[in-house]
Design a protein around this ligand. Structure first.
Ligand SMILES: Cc1ncc(COP(=O)(O)O)c(C=O)c1O
Length: 398
């Protein structure tokens, strides 16, 4: 028995984890995984200091809305804390189907399915429909969850230049017309804040018979009538097959959704492993999203303030000569081009009480290293003034 001790082989995977350069650098410079000690709206407390949050995705600022909070609390009392299972087996409740119908109606779709994470909804929007032998035409800058969906699908992938319809056309023209084709884009690109050139891109997709998937995690709540999103903004609802997105941004909750025709949603419920084998959305989170959806339609002031704040903030950045990558939305990058510059800028903002997030290559294209910021309807005029002062200071530190 004792001999087995000497026979043990070294664990290559454990050693690789120990040696990982990216992890060592992350622990050395500590730019991520900051745990805030307190939060109220866009005010946070970090390491004992009060700060302004400038990188949350709470675009409409509904995560502290009294009605939204109360509805979430009541749902937990009524339904308990967990669905305790997956939707096809024991995990379906009326609160799921009610929210799905409400989202479908809002988006002008027949049906909807919700998942416990936006990542799951978007991943499975690709993985459940494309398969080996198909061709997926994907914008180069789509989110990691969509890339994971592409990989899981086993389809062939063709990437086209970011938001570039003519490149898409050049590529799709070379694809065998008999193959199943899927077009995958975002409505609003999460890092860049760009609005997809949807009329041209979706138009090409329709011309060549592509099944289209639009991840509108950052367009929902932000664009379109009452925040119906990018597809509504362009009036293209009858040309897009799937709109997927997240409930963790404008809907102030967690989870994700897929809205489509009834036949597409029923196919998903039969074939998507992520739908069949993962626990359903918990009661409080569904209730929060449902209440936030009501507020979006009843109180237009949040949407109006979001856009007022966005204009004010981006004007400040432009007046300082900062490169915002032509962002047109509340998702605003500050492109600095190297990880060193990004780190200095991020630290200077932190010093002045403004919390942001660094995004460096390979998370962004080489030379596009950036600070990711996002505006919320909850930012006050005073906070935007303070942010402006912090930006002025950080520019001097470059
Ligand atoms: C474009 C996009 N899609 C999907 C997701 C995933 O959503 P969630 O964080 O709710 O899982 C994100 C999250 O950042 C995103 O930016």
């Amino acid at each position: 028995m004792a001999l087995t001790f000497f026979k043990r082989s070294p664990k290559a995977i454990l050693q690789r984890s120990r040696d990982d350069y990216a992890t060592k650098m992350r622990l050395k410079y500590a730019p991520y995984y900051h745990a805030m000690e307190a939060q109220k709206g866009t005010s946070i407390r970090l390491d004992g200091r009060d700060m302004i949050m400038l990188s949350s995705n709470d675009y409409l600022g509904l995560s502290f809305h009294p009605k939204v909070i109360e509805t979430g609390q009541k749902a937990m009392s009524q339904w308990g804390t967990s669905p305790t299972g997956a939707r096809p087996s024991n995990g379906s409740r009326l609160y799921h189907t009610d929210l799905e119908q409400k989202l479908a109606d809002f988006l002008g779709r027949e049906a909807c399915h919700i998942h416990a994470a936006g990542y799951l909804s978007c991943l499975t929007s690709v993985a459940a429909f494309a398969q080996k032998g198909d061709v997926i035409l994907a914008d180069k800058n789509i989110h990691s969850c969509l890339w994971d969906g592409v990989r899981l699908s086993m389809a062939t992938v063709e990437r086209f230049s970011h938001n570039n319809p003519s490149d898409l056309r050049d590529i799709v023209e070379t694809v065998d017309s008999r193959r199943g084709k899927m077009l995958v884009i975002e409505g609003v690109y999460s890092m860049e804040g760009h609005i997809a050139r949807m009329p041209e891109i979706i138009g090409i997709g329709e011309e060549f018979g592509c099944f289209s998937v639009v991840d509108d995690a950052h367009g929902f709540g932000v664009l379109g009538r009452q925040g119906r999103g990018t597809v509504d903004h362009f009036g293209l609802n009858d040309q897009v097959d799937i709109i997927c997105g997240s409930m963790s941004k404008s809907l102030a909750s967690t989870g994700g959704f897929i809205a489509a025709s009834r036949e597409i949603i029923e196919y998903l419920r039969t074939n998507s492993k992520q739908t069949i084998f993962s626990a359903a959305v918990p009661p409080s989170q569904a209730a929060v999203a449902s209440a936030a959806l009501d507020v979006m339609q009843e109180e237009p002031e949040h949407h109006e303030r979001l856009w007022r704040n966005t204009k004010r903030y981006t004007n400040i950045l432009k007046s300082l000569g900062l490169d915002i990558w032509e962002s047109e939305t509340p998702a605003v990058p500050i492109v600095l081009g190297s990880r060193e510059a990004v780190y200095r800028f991020w630290q200077a903002l932190l010093e002045k009480g403004v919390f942001t997030v660094m995004s460096i290559a390979p998370a962004v294209p080489p030379g596009k290293d950036l600070i990711r910021t996002a505006v919320s309807a909850l930012h006050t005029e005073d906070q935007i003034d303070q942010i402006g002062e912090a930006m002025t200071y950080a520019v001097k530190k470059l």
